[in-house]
Design a binder for this molecule. Structure first.
Ligand SMILES: CC(C)(COP(=O)(O)OP(=O)(O)OC[C@H]1O[C@@H](n2cnc3c(N)ncnc32)[C@H](O)[C@@H]1OP(=O)(O)O)[C@@H](O)C(=O)NCCC(=O)NCCS
Length: 464
């Protein structure tokens, strides 16, 4: 049995009563999309015509000066983030996805190909569809020679995220969307060529990301070619040099699948959406997302958590008690730093992605015994209470990054600066899905109105 059996998935599916989701068959990804896009276009047309002037919320001055936090102002199809429940992908929670989405050959965790299919179509793929997508991605996974040469020319000291963003931008040399646009394609064709670029880009990300890893951390060592018999993450792990480590490969599958999308307003997803709205091709759009991800308030948190937990470990020594952790947490807060891995812009509960990664750790004796993972668990027992007592953060609970880097570290992937690159491989699933839908729905150029402080003050005075 290559993938989880369709029967067991169907049973889970029925139990979870996801009746609105249609169970998919052997139909190709393109045919599936062709079938569902007209209904979505119709839905949008109706919304616009019948409810275009319905008020959804109000804009306060604090929204304008506060990073537009919480403003409902963009359309995003693939996922919705509930502050308490966490992320849902087309209505499916993370535990739902873990029950119904196919796993990789010989594995148990969600395979990112099945998550990509779900994000793109809103349907749970069959084992055959997942396998076909895996095979297509592997067949398209090799980098063009000029991109290899470009990446090889970067200094080792250039940050891996800068290298990733530049490599992705350079891949637009082969953009199907750009070529078709130059030929004068019609609007209904936009999504077709966007999809081709998105699939090609997702296929090539592992080879690009692994080449950067090799060049920065193990220059001169051989790099495995893309293997047509492996799935996306199987290839990625193999090219990173961890192909024999099945636990790490499974962890990467789970992490990359779960981290693939987190609504549209986060900085990386929004950057891709904004740049894509200019009809820039998916490579340019996603490179913008990667540069947003490279910021310390966004994608760097997992490396910060690891750094902080290791400093705690070094200071507290062998006999680590909850009292000592509590004192260390207060020390961190009193020195004016944030507790990394805790808090969230939207979530107000423990992040279900954190819980899923914890469960993964619980199922692996080597992770349960790992001192750094034990420290993550002990910290989880103490930190919410301390953060509540501190009284500042709106969410005293862990986010996904509270544990993600520590698992990579345990398995030997110890190069902190590289962790955001793995996040970048993952986030492509959601950001590129939305580009396809933005083109299918004919969404316009994004152009919010900005205001100066003087204009705001005048508005306030006039409205009194
Ligand atoms: C994620 C994060 C940036 C969200 O920021 P936010 O939306 O502004 O969060 P809040 O509205 O809860 O912030 C309110 C206050 O609590 C503070 N706060 C938030 N999370 C905190 C944390 N983990 N430790 C200490 N203080 C925290 C904020 O700095 C802010 O303080 P201020 O009023 O002095 O500026 C923030 O929680 C954070 O910095 N967490 C640590 C880094 C991290 O884990 N990032 C990964 C996110 S997936």
């Amino acid at each position: 049995m290559l993938y989880r059996s369709a029967i067991s998935r169907q049973a889970c599916f029925a139990n979870r009563a996801f009746s609105a989701q249609r169970f998919a068959s052997t139909k190709s990804l393109r045919d599936t999309l062709k079938e569902i896009i007209p209904a979505k276009q119709e839905q949008l047309k109706k919304l616009k015509a019948e409810h275009g002037d319905t008020v959804v919320g109000e804009v306060k001055v604090e929204n304008i000066i506060g990073g537009m936090r919480g403003l409902k102002a963009m359309l995003w199809e693939a996922s919705v983030l509930d502050p308490v429940e966490g992320i849902r992908f087309h209505g499916l929670s993370i535990p739902d996805c873990q029950k119904v989405l196919p796993a990789a050959p010989g594995g148990k965790e969600i395979i990112p190909e099945s998550m990509l299919w779900l994000l793109l179509t809103g349907q749970v793929p069959s084992a055959e569809q997942t396998l076909a997508l895996s095979q297509e991605l592997a067949a398209k996974g090799a980098l063009p020679k000029f991109v290899e040469d470009l990446v090889d020319s970067f200094p080792r000291t250039l940050h891996p995220m800068t290298q990733l963003g530049m490599g992705v931008a350079a891949l637009n040399h082969d953009s199907a969307f750009q070529a078709a646009y130059e030929r004068g394609m019609k609007k209904p064709e936009y999504w077709v060529h966007t999809l081709e670029d998105c699939i090609d880009l997702i296929a090539r990300l592992p080879a690009l990301a692994a080449r950067i890893y090799r060049n920065v951390y193990a220059p001169g060592t051989p790099l495995a070619p893309v293997d047509g018999s492996l799935d996306l993450v199987g290839n990625y792990a193999n090219m990173l040099g961890y192909g024999e480590n099945h636990s790490l490969t499974e962890y990467l599958r789970l992490y990359i699948a779960l981290h693939g999308d987190h609504e549209g307003g986060n900085a990386s997803a929004h950057a891709a959406h904004l740049v894509g709205s200019t009809l820039a091709d998916p490579y340019l759009s996603y490179s913008a997302a990667l540069f947003a991800l490279a910021g310390p308030l966004h994608g760097l948190a997992n490396q910060e958590v690891l750094r902080w937990q290791m400093a705690m470990q070094a200071e507290l020594g062998a006999d680590i008690t909850e009292e000592k952790i509590e004192a260390y947490l207060w020390k961190t807060l009193k020195s004016g730093q944030v507790v990394p891995g805790y808090g969230h812009g939207v979530l107000r509960n423990p992040d279900p992605r954190f819980i899923a990664l914890q469960e993964f750790c619980d199922g692996k004796p080597e992770l349960k015994a790992s001192p750094i993972i034990q420290l993550v668990n002990q910290t989880f027992k103490v930190a919410p209470g301390v953060l509540k007592a501190h009284g500042k953060t709106k969410n005293p609970y862990p986010n996904v990054d509270a544990t993600s880097g520590c698992v990579l570290y345990h398995y030997g992937l110890t190069e902190f600066k590289y962790y955001t690159v793995i996040f970048g491989v993952s986030r492509a699933l959601g950001a590129l899905t939305q580009l396809v839908w933005a083109r299918a729905l004919g969404l316009p150029l994004e152009r919010p109105k900005s205001m100066s402080m003087d204009a705001l003050s005048k508005f306030i005075a006039d409205s009194k």
